[in-house]
Design a protein around this ligand. Structure first.
Ligand code: PMT
Length: 221
């Protein structure tokens, strides 16, 4: 219960959704509440780590000793992570980062008087986890998430490989009691060595399982 097995470790977590603005008041986003990411942050903190969360807009309060860096867009999250990631030992990417953003953001409110049809062009956002995976520093442990609605195992194993992660936490976000905006999750922990299906449990319990896994890695290093 009181084990401090992450004492002296620095943990960076991305959490929550991003907002991709069309104009000053409208954006494209998703249903992420930040619950999963903040549960991971709190578990790391309880185990003695120094914790930073790069967080999209969420309404969660946490311990004062957990550093929260607030961002809104995927580009801002990417810039922030790029700037600081080298200082961290364990990096966990639980944020639901928008894959696309509007190609242009209007500086003023888009007016409906101008047209009956509005076409929004989208362009791809940078992949934060992929960048860190490709530029991983010796000794760093990288944990990615995988939100899928079909072919969960195959798609998630592909992410483990393509994003150069040490562990992927896969969730089927169509399952009841899993994924977005609920207090529980149903995850599969996927590493090169094994695939472990976990039953439905609280997001805090999922966070514990993730760090139990990470700690066994640390011991082997
Ligand atoms: O916030 P909650 O309401 O608690 O919900 C939790 C959750 C469903 C958001 C969480 O469990 C989860 O699955 N997070 C990952 C969501 C996601 O974007 O998955 P993905 O399969 O699209 O992305 C794969 C990985 O790449 C993720 O680690 C993601 O953070 C990362 N990524 C994706 C795109 C991008 N541009 N940059 C990234 O870093």
């Amino acid at each position: 219960l009181c084990s401090q097995d992450l004492a002296g470790k620095k943990v960076l977590i991305t959490a929550g959704p991003t907002r991709e603005y069309l104009d000053p008041i409208r954006f494209i986003s998703n249903r992420s509440s930040g619950k999963m990411g903040y549960a991971i942050a709190e578990e790391a903190y309880k185990r003695g780590a120094q914790v930073t969360v790069v967080s999209g807009p969420v309404s969660i309060n946490t311990y004062a000793d957990i550093e929260i860096i607030h961002v809104q867009t995927a580009s801002q999250m990417y810039q922030k992570v790029k700037e600081i990631y080298e200082q961290y030992d364990i990096l966990i990417f639980s944020a639901a980062v928008a894959d696309y953003r509007p190609k242009t953001t209007n500086e003023t409110k888009i007016k409906k008087e101008n047209t009956d049809e509005l076409v929004i062009e989208l362009i791809k956002n940078p992949d934060i986890l992929k960048f860190v995976g490709e530029n991983k520093k010796p000794g760093q442990i990288i944990v990615g998430f995988s939100a899928e609605t079909e072919n969960v195992l195959e798609n998630s194993q592909k992410k483990l490989e393509e994003k150069n992660a040490d562990l992927i936490v896969a969730n089927n976000v169509l399952e009841e009691g899993a994924g977005f905006d609920v207090d529980t999750n149903i995850v599969t922990l996927i590493s090169k060595e094994k695939v472990e299906n976990l039953p439905k449990m609280s997001k805090s319990e999922v966070a514990k399982r993730i760090f139990d896994h990470v700690v066994t890695y640390l011991c082997k290093m």
